[in-house]
Design a protein around this ligand. Sequence first.
Ligand code: FES
Length: 339
Amino acid sequence: MPTIKIEGTGEQFEQTESQDCILRAGLTAGYGLAYECNSGGCGTCKFQLIEGEIEEPWPTAPALSARDIKKGRKLACQCKAKTDLVIKMRTDPEYAPINLPARFEATLSSRRDVTSDIVEFCFQAPDSADAKFLPGQYAMLTFPDGRGPRAYSMSNLPNGDGVWEFWIRRKPGGEVSGALFDELRVGGRIVVDGPYGHAYLRAESERDILCIAGGSGISPMLSIARGVLMDPDMEGRQVHFYFGGRTPDDLCGLDELKVLPGFQERVHYHPAISMPEESPEWTGDTGFIHEIVENQLGNELSRFECYLAGPPPMVQATTKMLQLQGNVPTGQIHYDPFY
Ligand code: FES
């Protein structure tokens, strides 16, 4: 069982499970190793190997530039320790997990078409073990035969019934989403590893909530909105929910929001489409969702706690708009970057 020491911090932990990467080993030990995507895309988990040997199955992960590779930088979410290690890596208590990630095999208890390319998958944990996560977080899903992992955000709330619900969009050519859509039937198994992520609901904030979702980003935004309305400590907080799709057929989530207590008084649902030429009957908002948010909330933006999820270009454009046009402080903008 290799021990991993983080140089200059006095922190050390063991890689107790053979399939664990360095990042997971540190997080499950409760340490705040810096990370965001857990998928080799963002580069937040870069480290320098000082001593020891590692296994690096994906040495050309997108987050590593030619300069990183030349300098010997590695990704903690992609590397495993083969021997005891000394590494240099950023840690911060803000990255320390509130709920430690757990790995377990879950059973698909139901699936339901939400739109033509989004399906709701509900998984049941063994022995109905508590589903411990925060609204807005994600889990890594892997097929028992090894296909995956892929990161997907939960759409439900933490619960004592062991239910992990995901709204997943079929990704063209995506191995895991393709297998979920085409192969996985009720009773089938998947390995869930989670929770992860920092774009979770800040229940302690007194600000109103702004949720901005594009495409499959609806899943964590639904969880955030559900979290606000179901938390008695957040009573009175308003939720402005913007959801952008290509055509009206992509729009969803309203039926699930409508049944929440306080929906009428507290939720403001703003759907919009980006391809109006395909849907002449549409009379609602059209355009990119970040432009619609800017036009409608303009100078008010800095009074919100902002949560975003969706395709990377949408998240990048929205973050830029919130910071530059909306003057929203970085600490009030929450998203997990996936590439
Ligand atoms: Fe490792 Fe994003 S590349 S957390």
